[in-house]
Design a protein around this ligand. Structure first.
Ligand code: FAD
Length: 321
């Protein structure tokens, strides 16, 4: 029987979050015999802003839970409406982004529905019976665990950047269904006193080329070369956690389990050992080139091209070429 997968469509500033599109793209790529649906919780005003973008999503159905109470994000109220919707519609799998909002919503949804939750996943698959196989780092990132759930829907949150985003996600337009939720009894204890727009942070994680540096660069001055090379290659700079901890780079450009997941076409790793906690962040990179003096460093086994050399010397060569 065709399985039914539901994806929570998250939005921010009236545009759909990248992670929701990534989950749709990966589900399309991986699963054949599956009905893909999305659910969005929004106000009339937001719906008007999102409509065009929603129509482009390659989903079979889009359920729009619409009421003006959703004009402001409130985890309790949003979660309640999602649970009511799931309780009246049968889904086998439910996926959501492991974003700030997702981290507030998912535990509420899981506890209200009394179902399991596999949080912060970096990979998904489906077994022969149609159950979700959700993979995430465990034991401080030393191991990857693939987790199945005994409760329905199988529920997981997915890290941003874990999956590649395809420009044209699909050809088919979704069927829309507007749902008027039962909001009686839903009150908010939140009063908005002042609204401030968050400063725009450039999303570097979807850059096609990423140039990353680690402790093998030896000094902060040498790490500066990462920025220069990134600029020359029209790429974005990134760092290992060890380099961030030494203050060579900002935490915002850390790649890995406690940093960002990236999926560039090319990932250049200079002086990075390739600890599991770093590798989980680059598992979706198309090509990895590593430069390391130690041919046995884990990153070398996980690279498409492994160059045994001094990282600084290679960067200098590239800058001078
Ligand atoms: P090292 O492991 O010290 O590696 C330096 C490498 O440089 C070595 O392989 C060495 O051979 C090479 N080298 C030395 N000299 C040269 C040279 N001249 N030229 C070229 N190569 C040279 N790490 C992350 O990166 N991201 C995370 O999100 C993250 N999350 C973590 C979460 C937890 C819970 C834990 C416990 C750890 C986490 N870590 C994370 C840390 C991770 O385990 C590693 O310690 C870290 O990735 C190591 O960074 P590194 O590769 O720069 O340094």
């Amino acid at each position: 029987m065709t399985k039914k997968l539901l994806i929570y469509i998250e939005y921010n500033d009236n545009s759909i979050q990248k992670v929701s599109k990534e989950i749709i793209a990966e589900s399309k790529r991986k699963f054949d015999d599956i009905e893909l649906s999305g659910v969005v919780v929004c106000s009339e005003r937001t719906y008007e802003c999102l409509k065009n973008e929603l129509e482009q999503l390659s989903l079979d159905n889009i359920y729009v839970i619409k009421d003006n109470i959703f004009d402001i994000f409130n985890a309790k109220i949003f979660a309640n409406s999602i649970c009511d919707f799931i309780n009246t519609n049968c889904f086998d799998i439910f996926l959501m982004g492991a974003t700030e909002d997702g981290r507030e919503l998912a535990p509420r949804v899981a506890s209200t529905l009394d179902i399991g939750l596999t949080a912060d996943c970096t990979d998904i698959d489906i077994d022969k019976e149609g159950n979700l196989l959700a993979t995430r780092p465990t034991y401080g990132g030393k191991l990857m665990a693939t987790i199945t759930s005994k409760t329905k829907p199988n529920f997981a949150t997915i890290r941003t950047g874990a999956f590649r985003l395809e420009k044209s996600v699909g050809l088919k337009s979704p069927e829309f269904q507007i749902i008027n939720p039962n909001i009686s009894g839903l009150t908010t204890l939140i009063e908005i006193i002042k609204e401030e727009k968050k400063p725009e942070i450039e999303d570097w994680t979807c850059s096609e080329i990423i140039v990353a540096g680690g402790l093998g660069l030896q000094t902060k001055e040498n790490f500066e070369l990462i920025y220069k090379l990134a600029e020359k290659l029209n790429a974005k700079p990134a760092a290992s956690r060890a380099a961030v901890e030494l203050g060579w780079a900002s935490e915002s450009i850390q790649v890995g389990q406690t940093g960002s997941s990236v999926s560039p076409k090319l990932y250049l790793a200079f002086g990075i050992s390739g600890a599991m906690q770093h590798l989980v962040g680059i598992s979706n990179a198309d090509k990895i080139i590593a430069v390391n003096t130690d041919r046995n460093a884990p990153i070398m086994r996980n690279s498409d091209i492994a160059i045994v050399a001094d990282a600084v010397a290679i960067i200098q060569e590239l800058l001078n070429s």
